[in-house]
Structure formats: structure tokens, C-alpha cells
Design a protein around this ligand. Structure first.
Ligand code: IMP
Ligand code: MG
Length: 192
């Protein structure tokens, strides 16, 4: 029965939430975002940038970052997803494109995490194809490993983590837990 299946999923999510390790709490994430805002202000204030949120992962970072950028800018979003609520990577699916002008201005691509870099590179390439003067990657978390694809980089990074699956502050576990107040690592045994 569907109701029972939903209930079982929710119990699974709740177990993950309870057993995860907190890597950075809410305060540490906010402090990192303040540092990011300072760097972005130094790099881009006065250049009429477009702040482009990569939904859904970039949602929380965009919401916390934007009010700290005290200069004129516009905000737009695109929806591109790689994981489709699963925990391993796949092809990038574009579900919606930005509507504001990208041409002739810097575009700040805001996403939750720089992992292999497929998402950030694809979105930055798109911004440049549309005529952006610069594609400036801003991510809350960088995952440290050797699997980064060629040409994928972020100009502004909040926090660095080891190679673990994390959730919170926009990052999801099976579509849930994006709202968790910090960056939490899923126990490795749960991912096998
Ligand atoms: P990439 O394209 O390989 O860099 O993967 C980036 C995207 O994969 C991010 O926008 C996230 O949506 C997702 N992702 C990568 N690592 C994690 C993780 O540890 N937790 C949750 N989502 C992740
Ligand atoms: Mg994402």
C-alpha cells in the first residue's frame, strides 16, 4: 500500500538524519557565507552581475548570500539536476533555463557543492555561450578528491570537506534533508 511505502521512506530518512555526523553547524555555515560575500563583493561589486541560483541545491546558499551582497544585482534561477534524488551521479538534466539577460555581464553561478564539477562546468559554459563576460562559480562546499573533471572550478568556495556524501544547507539525501541546519555526513555504511 502506498501509504506504508511512504512511511517506510520517511523512517529511513529520519534514521539517516539521526545518525549523520555534523561536519559544520549552522553558525559555521553562516560564517563561511559571510566570507564568501566579502570575496564576491571585492571581485564583482559595481559590475551589474546576475546571481544565478542552481535549483534546488543552490536555494539556501542564494537566500543567505544575496542579502549580504550590498550592491545592485539581479537574481534568477535555473533548474539542472544530476542526481534525480539518487545518491550517485548521472547525466545532467535541464528542467528550466534562466530568463534574465546573461549577455554582457558577469554571472555568479550559485550551487551547493563542487563535486566532480559536471554541473558547475555545464552551467558556466552555458552562461559563457549566452555571452556572459565572466562565469563566476560560488559554492558552499567543495569535496576534496581526485575525480574533478577538466576545467571545472569555482572562484568562491565556502567550506571544504573530505569525500563523503553530505546533506543540509541545500544538499539533499534522496530528495530530503535540504533544510538541515548545517552540513552533515551520511554514515558510509548507508550508501552501500
Ligand atoms: P557534480 O556535477 O559531480 O559536481 O555534482 C554536483 C551536484 O551533485 C550538486 O549540485 C549536488 O546536487 C549533487 N551532489 C554531489 N555531491 C553531493 C553530496 O554529497 N550530497 C548531496 N548532493 C551531492
Ligand atoms: Mg544540486
Amino acid at each position: 500500500m502506498i501509504l506504508n511505502a511512504l512511511h517506510a521512506d520517511t523512517l529511513d530518512i529520519e534514521r539517516i538524519r539521526q545518525t549523520a555526523t555534523c561536519l559544520f553547524d549552522d553558525k559555521a555555515c553562516d560564517a563561511a557565507i559571510v566570507r564568501m560575500a566579502e570575496k564576491i563583493t571585492r571581485d564583482l561589486a559595481g559590475s551589474d552581475p546576475l546571481l544565478l541560483c542552481v535549483m534546488n541545491g543552490g536555494l539556501i546558499l542564494t537566500g543567505r548570500l544575496a542579502p549580504l551582497l550590498d550592491f545592485p544585482l539581479q537574481i534568477d534561477y535555473l533548474h539542472a539536476t544530476r542526481y534525480r534524488d539518487e545518491v550517485r551521479g548521472g547525466e545532467l538534466n535541464w528542467l528550466s533555463y534562466p530568463r534574465e539577460r546573461l549577455a554582457g555581464r558577469p554571472v555568479i553561478v550559485v550551487d551547493d557543492i563542487l563535486d566532480e564539477g559536471n554541473t558547475l562546468k555545464a552551467v558556466c559554459d552555458y552562461a559563457l555561450e549566452q555571452g556572459a563576460t565572466k562565469a563566476y562559480g560560488a559554492v558552499l562546499v567543495e569535496k576534496l578528491h581526485e575525480r574533478r573533471i577538466h576545467g571545472a572550478r569555482a572562484e568562491c568556495i565556502g567550506l571544504q570537506i573530505e569525500d563523503r556524501f553530505v546533506f543540509g544547507f541545500g544538499l539533499d539525501y534522496k530528495g530530503y534533508l535540504r533544510n538541515a541546519p548545517g552540513i552533515f555526513a551520511v554514515p558510509d555504511a548507508e550508501l552501500e
